[in-house]
Design a protein around this ligand. Structure first.
Ligand code: SAH
Length: 244
């Protein structure tokens, strides 16, 4: 495997030796106008299936361009099978949660509508684009899918054997051994973070009644949802994911 170019692009195109990849207008603008690359410059390409490839700029134009794959730099590897379920909050903070989830290594991001969720709508395409940017920045070779916003009750109706770590603000202040608790949820697993308004008693009762569910406290203070997401992802990755 050869060295990895710093500039990375997610492309929806097969990657193998000699493959020529046509760039979208946005990608060409980024490479040739923003990053000022010229022909012969190197870029890392990944598509979520063929690992990462070193590619050379074969054609550089104002509104397009072509990259030619030279050599594989990283084999395809997917992060541990961990989903993040979270209730959307204010737009900027929701963007933040999606970006952190990608950097922290989740395999799927599932926005869920809970009883106390404020913002009714999300822009799934915008959040997916944020996930791509985060994957390009952090060196990932796959991009988690950001699903459409779904009612939490509906997601739970179809829940399979996957362990569900339920960040329950009602358990704040309890102090079990968090490494032990999170180690009880090896992949395939999921983490559920609630909205600013927290979970309703109906939701809490239903969740605590599910055998797949592991309720966890995240310290004695009440964290903002974005803080809680990063904290829970860190604890899980250290105890059961690919940080340990
Ligand atoms: N308004 C609620 C707090 C919601 S915080 C209240 O005052 O009780 C947003 C989400 O972050 C919560 O639903 C929970 O999933 C998570 N969270 C925040 N602090 C937490 C804690 N100390 N323990 C467990 N989960 C926490």
């Amino acid at each position: 495997m050869s060295e990895r170019p710093k500039i990375r692009l997610f492309v929806d195109h097969p990657l193998e030796e000699g493959e020529r990849v046509a760039l979208s207008r946005d990608q060409a603008n980024y490479l040739f106008n923003v990053m000022r690359l010229r022909e012969g410059a190197e870029v890392a390409l990944f598509n979520g299936a063929d690992g990462e490839w070193r590619a050379e700029v074969a054609e550089a134009g104002k509104r397009g361009g072509v990259l030619a794959c030279v050599a594989a730099t990283v084999a395809q590897a997917n992060p541990p099978d961990l989903w993040l379920l979270f209730a959307p909050i204010k737009k900027a903070r929701t963007d933040f949660i999606v970006e952190k989830a990608v950097e922290m290594g989740v395999s799927r991001i599932v926005p869920v509508q809970t009883e106390f969720t404020n913002s009714e709508r999300i822009r799934q395409d915008r959040l997916q684009a944020h996930a791509v940017e985060a994957a390009e920045q952090c060196g990932a070779v796959s991009v988690p899918e950001v699903t459409e916003l779904q009612p939490l009750a509906k997601v739970l109706d179809g829940w399979d054997a996957r362990k569900l770590v339920f960040a329950d603000e009602g358990a704040a202040g309890q102090s079990p051994s968090l490494s032990d608790v999170f180690a009880e949820a090896p992949p395939p697993a999921a983490i559920l973070i609630g909205p600013e308004g927290g979970f309703s008693e109906v939701e809490r009762t239903r969740l605590r009644g599910m055998e797949q569910v592991i309720p966890v406290p995240l310290g004695p203070r009440i964290l903002r949802a974005d803080t809680a997401a990063v904290a829970a992802l860190t604890l899980w990755q250290a105890a059961a994911g690919d940080w340990g």
